[in-house]
Ligand binder design. Structure first.
Ligand code: GTP
Ligand code: MG
Ligand code: ZN
Length: 315
């Protein structure tokens, strides 16, 4: 399976030339992942989505994500996932103990924050790093710009990310259509903290989606974790949007320390130019990345983001 690492191109929309289904199975795509239970949509001969099947993995095997292409052996009233096909991308988080798959075979990660509630900068940076590591196109969405008194502050706070990825501002309630053209021809996944409006945007863009949304808790200044599982929605024959549960933590154990620098797009022009080939950009002499930050080539806070994560991964 493709486990990130930056390759020259972005992943193709559909996995190229999938092998034929295993004997006695049907080819399907996972459209909802509830822990160990899944809903899949059959896709015979690569045609349009067909029947929905409830399915499970065999035994305790995990490792199936929303967006995965699978082979399903029919059982009485559902099916068993016999095989997960090779992925073009996988977005996931990992701590020392376990991995949590978010979505597979996406071409684009839309990392969403909102003018309210405010965001945890470390969590946002980690989302962006994981999305870069998955090798997909990355975009930041700032939602709820209809809350005008908070808009300018939020926009200012996101300015430091402008060299990392494009930023799109929207109101899922008042002006969701700015996002639609960005989704065309893509399989996109919405990720971000709870309460920022991911499911609200899905409802605004997908007719009949009917995703549950929940009010933000004013006391806690956070969402209520309304969405509990990832779910894929079709936009048109070529485009899909995956909604995912809001997260509070984002473990990056899956990102090898030595590749963390490459997940900061602003650093890329300077990589390989440090005195030491294995420079960590922490305290080594003649570090091109730190020199670039000092010269204002990108905001110094981006180097601080890198340093904090690098140290959290053991330096
Ligand atoms: N003012 C305003 N409120 C919004 C907007 N978008 C969403 N909301 C509100 O924000 C709250 C949270 O929205 P959800 O769509 O449930 O947020 P979510 O990101 O899906 O949250 P989780 O499923 O918990 O991860 C709801 O009360 C929405 O009505 C917006 O553009 N403007
Ligand atoms: Mg939601
Ligand atoms: Zn360096």
């Amino acid at each position: 399976m493709a486990r990130g690492g930056r390759s020259a191109g972005r992943p193709p929309l559909k996995p190229a030339a999938l092998p034929p289904p295993l004997p006695g199975t049907r080819r399907a795509r996972i459209v909802a992942a509830y822990g160990r239970r899944f809903t899949a949509e059959t896709h015979e001969d690569g045609g349009s989505p067909g029947q929905r099947i409830d399915c499970v993995t065999r035994g305790k095997r995990g490792g199936v994500a929303c967006g995965d292409w699978v082979d399903i052996a029919p059982t009485g009233d559902g099916g068993v996932i016999e095989r997960v096909l090779e992925r073009t991308s996988l977005l996931y988080r990992a701590d020392a103990v376990q991995e949590k798959l978010i979505a597979a075979n996406v071409t684009q990660a839309l990392v969403m924050v909102a003018t309210w509630p405010g965001w945890d900068e470390d969590l946002l940076v980690r989302c962006l790093v994981a999305a870069e590591h998955a090798g997909v196109q990355v975009r930041l969405l700032l939602n709820k710009i209809d809350l005008v008194e908070r808009h300018a502050g939020a926009r200012g706070a996101l300015a430091v990310f402008e060299g990392a990825c494009p930023v799109t501002e929207l109101s899922a309630l008042d002006g969701p259509e700015v996002v639609r053209p960005l989704l065309s021809g893509q399989v996109s996944v919405l990720v971000g903290p709870s309460g920022v409006g991911k499911s609200s945007l899905v409802n605004a863009l997908v007719a009949g989606a009917d995703a549950a949304t929940g009010a933000v808790s004013a006391a806690l200044e956070s969402g209520r974790h309304t969405t509990t599982h990832a779910r894929l929605y079709h936009l048109d024959a070529q485009s899909a949007l995956i909604d995912s549960p809001g997260m509070q933590v984002f473990g990056l154990h899956a990102v090898p320390r030595g590749t963390l620098d490459a997940q900061f797009p602003e650093f890329r022009p300077y990589l390989g130019r440090c005195r030491f080939r294995d420079c960590r950009h922490l305290d080594e002499p003649d570090c091109a990345v730190r020199a670039a930050a000092a010269a204002g080539a990108f905001p110094a806070v981006r180097l601080a983001h890198y340093t904090a994560i690098r140290r959290s991964l053991g330096g």
